[in-house]
Design a protein around this ligand. Sequence first.
Ligand code: BGC
Length: 763
Amino acid sequence: MVVFLPVLLAVLPMLLVSCQGAEGERQEAEMNRFIDELMTRMTLEEKLGQLNLPVAGDIVTGEPRISNVGDDIRKGRVGGLFNLKGAAFIREIQRIAVEESRMGIPLLFGMDVIHGYETIFPIPLALSCTWDTAAVARSAQIAAAEATADGICWTFSPMVDITHDGRWGRISEGNGEDPFLGSRMAEAMVRGYQGADLADPTTMMACVKHFALYGLVEAGREYNNVYPDDYHMFNEYLQPYRAAIDAGAGSVMAAFNTVHGVPATGNQWLLTDLLREQWGFKGFVVSDYTAVEELAKHGVCATLEECALQAINAGLDMDMVSDGLEGTLAAAVREGRCSEAVVDRACRRILEAKYKLGLFEDPYRYCDSTRRAQVMLCEAHRAEARRIAGESMVLLKNEHVLPLAKSGTIALIGPLADTRINMPGTWSVAAVPEQYKTVKEGIEDALKGTGAKLLYAKGSNIWYDERAEEIAMVFKPSMRDPRSAEAMRAEALQVARQADVIIAAMGESSEMSGECASRVNIEMPDAQHDLLVELLKLGKPVVLVHFAGRPTVLNWETEHLPAILESWFGGSETADAIADIVFGDVNPSGRLTVQLPRHVGQYPFSYRQMRTSRVNEVGEFIKYITCYADVSSWPLYPFGYGLSYTSFDYTNFCLSDSVMPMDGTITASVDITNTGDREGTEVVQLYIGDRVAKGVRPYKELRGYERITLQPKETRTVQFAIDADLLSYFEPYHLQWTIEPGEVEIHVGPNARETQMRLMTIQ
Ligand code: BGC
């Protein structure tokens, strides 16, 4: 027996895989039989109904009041609904579908659960700054646990659009500028939402969006066109979508933009050739909001029927809001303009999703008021959200000011210091802001029983201009203070004069980023900037707690303020997380996943700069070398950057070999020492720079990272395995992934700029 044990252990995983494979095949055959039978009983109209994801019309959240959409559901003309909240309400609508429609097919209930449900996590850009995939997966898992108790089984997340443009408001919804990190985050989100089994009533189906390349919108302007070339598209922008698909995402949302001149919603190459044939995607594709009818606005079709035909033929399965597929294709099939087979194909994909979610078995499995009462915004979820928010915040500057002592008098000033609605951040559809603390309340709680005194004044509105403020608070209740700017400032200065230290809670309001929030002024809003100038004149230390949903220009702040914490939008527990860091109960560990520019004119802008023929080693003006005449071409804060209350040394960086055969592996290792006197977390980053390749490569591209927590004076060796997978790229001649011989730089460091380098050769 002992003799055979190693053999048994070696073959066991293979046996398990093949058993799972056989079990998977059996389940799939069973599903196919079920759907075949169902579809033989469905009329053409009912099949088209499955493709329809209408807006809920006058279904009002709260009381079940169902009129026209209710009638459509009864007639089998609806496949799902979205952004409705409330388990009892959703259950009632589901009941109508199941009991009052002829086929009794349950509806899908979707929602933009983007970074949490009622317990809200940091905005995705901030989440990525944790560099902690386990935490990101956990945030998605908790979001799913809450949303599914409330009737939601499908989320329009993760958004994985890579962008190099901080002007674009939706940079807040993605994972920053890097495709490698973005891919790891995309996988983590999908796994967190979907778990191991979609039919588990605590998991929900992910929807990867926006497929594809939305982050390239020209000039950072929302809904604008994109102009990718194949080389950059494959090497960079497509990677996170692919990673999410490989992680098993059940659905994909087509982007609003065009790809190679054809709108994504009707782009056969994108939705079929690439997504299904090359990548093997098996789920369904939904359009973005009214994107089917918008094909006509792009000018590629004339009528709604033509739009619907182009979309469904290209591989789109579900129509969000346009009512194009359901509304026009029955006649098109009957009159021979549309093949019934494409309708069947799309319908089958929607039914498969419903089957996998377990809706045919129990259509109410996601409406669980008992579980809702247990999990919604529960202590455990809030504690996780607070911890993760703390990990996401990035300490940009600290000249011996932070952490603050819990003593003396502290003045808290700024328009973001005492607001609840601005805490969760953009795209918090299910948020309950009345349950969240303001920064002021968080700090008050942290100071309770310490004897320290907290004073507060708002100090300014977001902007001087009323219209600018209205736009900054769009769809949110106004928080504009009717007092004059002078009166507000005078009050703030009078309060600040009494304090030993000033905390300024300032920056963007939450709706200054997100959808349709592109901006060309990404500096501190005028009223707040002027207030900061006056506060600084008091000669007291000013700590800026900076709110932002995008990279912003912080030149003046960096030059004049002793401490800056980039808090982004940290979600429901923002206030406590800020207090944790400001008073040193948590040591900051967030690292930037977008570099911060010195000027908006630097966009588009990424650390993944491709090699140029006229390289500039210093970033300053040099005639006939790549540069600007009036601003450094370097960022103000580089990709990967972030401070801690302790410090780390990188020593003994070496490679296991200086030569790597194409099919070999070498190991890069480096010793990291915590040289300070408190525990801290470092994000050790590995970059490669391929010096010689047929296609031009970036000087540095992220290829590995590890988050490690070290005790004071502790040293740990971090190792990265480097192999062909890590070194290959999509080469421009044969348009395929390849690894080529030649010299490669291997860098390690705490950010993309401050790295140590060793050379190796691929043979
Ligand atoms: C956005 C999507 C979102 C959809 C549904 C659209 O405007 O682009 O990201 O999922 O609305 O709310």
